[in-house]
Structure formats: C-alpha cells, structure tokens
Design a protein around this ligand. Structure first.
Ligand code: NDP
Length: 286
C-alpha cells in the first residue's frame, strides 16, 4: 500500500490528510512539533482530530508527499526531504503563487493549483469549502489520481495546466494586494477606486500572461471581478491575514513572480510595480 505524507498540517494540508485518512489510506501528518490538529466545519457539529508527528522525528519514507507549508516556510522543510523520500517519491507542492518548484531537487515534483478554502487558528482548522487540486496531466499524476480515487480529494488533471496556474495568479494578484496593503477585508471592494485598481492589476497580469503565451479570453477581468464581488465583506485573504498577524507574506511568489516576468519582457505594469514595491516596503524592519 502506498504511503502518504503531508508536510504542514495547516488549512490546506489537514484537509488533504483528512480526505486520504477517512478513505483508509495510510497518511501521516508532519508538523513542526508532535501533537494534534482538529478540523471543524460550520455544517458539522463534530470536530475531527488527527495526530501530528514532528517532522524532525519522522522515520517513514513516503511514496507521495504533499507539501502544504506556505511558500515562505519552504526553506524550513527542505533539509528533511532527503530522509522522507526515495528515488520514486512523488512530491505535490500545494501552494499559491508560482516559481517555488525551482527550490526542489526531486525529479517527480509538481505544483498543484489549490482550491481548498480554510483557515488555521492555533490547532484548529476551519474548512470552508472545496477539496480540489489541479495538476499537470502526465503518467505520474494520472497514477496518483487513480491511486486515491476512493478518497474525496478531487484531483483534476489539466491538459492546459499553465492556464490554470495563471488564472489563479490573476485571481490572487489583485485581491491579495489591495487587502494586504489596506490591511482591510473584502469590504474595500465597495469603494469604486479599489475596483478600478483591481481591474488595472488584473489587466496588467493578463498582459504578462500573454507575453508567456498564455492567452485569456475576452471578459476575464469582469469574470474575476465577479468572483471578488461574491466574497463576503468580512472575508480577508491569505496575505491580509499574514500581514495582520505580522507573518511574512507570500509576496515573492505572487506579485514578485509577476514583477520579475514583467521586467523580463520589458512590459509597462505601473500598478503591479507600485503594489509590489509597497508590499516589500511593508515588511522592512529597521
Ligand atoms: P497554514 O498556515 O494554515 O498551514 C501551514 C502549516 O505548515 C502550518 O500548520 C505550519 O505550522 C506548518 N509548517 C510551517 N513550517 C513548518 C515546518 N518547518 N515543518 C513542519 N510544518 C511546518 O497555511 P495554508 O494551509 O493556509 O496555506 C498553505 C498554502 O496553500 C499557501 O501557499 C497558501 O497560499 C495556499 N492556499 C491556501 C488556501 C486557504 O484557503 N488557506 C487556499 C488556496 C491556497 P505552524 O502553524 O506551526 O507555523
């Protein structure tokens, strides 16, 4: 039987681990310290509990490793990857943004576009919705999908994976930037100037995507604005929650990734350049 490990028992990792565990797969949750993680849902009165092993103590070698720490936390887990993997281990990096795979030296490593919505506070994960991971379509990911078909983890293999990556980048770009920089929730979308800034950011992102040969259909900006309009006003974003909590944001992998591409292609992206500079400045400490 294949062995599954989840490094980073947070919002995304715990839901992935739970999906596998409840369907009888052999899964280990690996955190900084040994303990437990709890998952709760508004729709269910019961809270599910799962044991967490300290990654430093773990001795299992896994066939599949889901890496679900934040992009900013990757450096902390890389030293452990050698002991947790064999030559055919498949690593699935489950993070927002793009460009982090370059940090790995594992041949079978893929980044998933993640649609699992949740939030971790202390030891409790609140799972809001979805269990979807989008991966590039190839024999390795096909085997993974077939291997965990009995679980409710929804692995989607996309023949147009890069489109999916860029779509999520565009969705994250505008709303994460404006909520983090204003230190305010989605209620700021009621302000027309913020809507206008979001549209400009998305359009700049579309231009960068086009330089990368990824072409979005007409009306994509309006589509993403409609997604934002569906957010409840009290909802934050991951970068908003990080800045409020004084944690390092995943700027490097979202705005930073896009900024570097914009520079490479010599594009004019004034809104992106401004928000990226301000996000960097917001994390400077004396
Ligand atoms: P969380 O902060 O909830 O989870 C990260 C987990 O990794 C935490 O439990 C953290 O532990 C653990 N961790 C950090 N460093 C280590 C380490 N060195 N060893 C072991 N465990 C470690 O993050 P999310 O699950 O929210 O986000 C994960 C990724 O998924 C991010 O890239 C995010 O942008 C993306 N994403 C998140 C979504 C969401 O709704 N939450 C939606 C879509 C994508 P500790 O608490 O001790 O720091």
């Amino acid at each position: 039987m294949d062995t599954f490990g989840v490094i980073g028992p947070g919002a995304v990792g715990s839901v992935i681990g739970e999906s596998l565990h409840t369907s009888g797969y052999q899964v280990t949750f690996l955190g900084r310290k040994a303990g437990e993680v709890y998952i709760e849902r508004a729709s269910a009165s019961e809270t599910a509990a799962f044991p967490v092993e300290a990654i430093s103590e773990a001795e299992t070698v896994f066939d599949y490793l889901f890496i679900t720490v934040k992009g900013t936390q990757l450096e902390g887990i890389i030293p452990y990857l050698d002991k947790l993997t064999h030559e055919n281990t498949v690593c699935i990096l489950c993070q927002n943004g793009y460009g982090q795979l370059d940090k790995f030296h594992i041949p079978n490593a893929y980044q998933a576009v993640v649609y699992i919505s949740g939030q971790k506070k202390e030891k409790v994960v609140t799972h809001f919705r979805d269990r979807i991971l989008i991966l590039p379509e190839n024999p390795v990911t096909k085997k993974l999908k077939e291997g965990i078909a009995a679980s409710n983890l929804d692995i989607r293999l996309s023949p147009d994976y890069r489109y999916e990556v860029w779509y999520k980048l565009l969705v994250n770009l505008a709303i994460n930037s404006v909520t983090a920089l204003s230190r305010n929730t989605a209620l700021i979308l009621e302000e027309e100037k913020i809507q206008h800034l979001c549209k400009r950011l998305i359009q700049e992102g579309i231009a960068i995507a086009a330089a990368e040969e990824i072409h979005f259909q007409e009306g994509i900006t309006e589509e993403i604005m409609r997604i934002y309009a569906g957010y409840p006003p009290y909802m934050g974003t991951s970068m908003y929650y990080d800045i409020i909590a004084g944690k390092t944001m995943e700027t490097a992998y979202i705005q930073g990734y896009l900024y570097e591409k914009s520079q490479t292609y010599g594009l004019d992206t004034p809104c992106l350049d401004a928000v990226y500079s301000l996000l960097l400045a917001s994390e400077m400490r004396g």
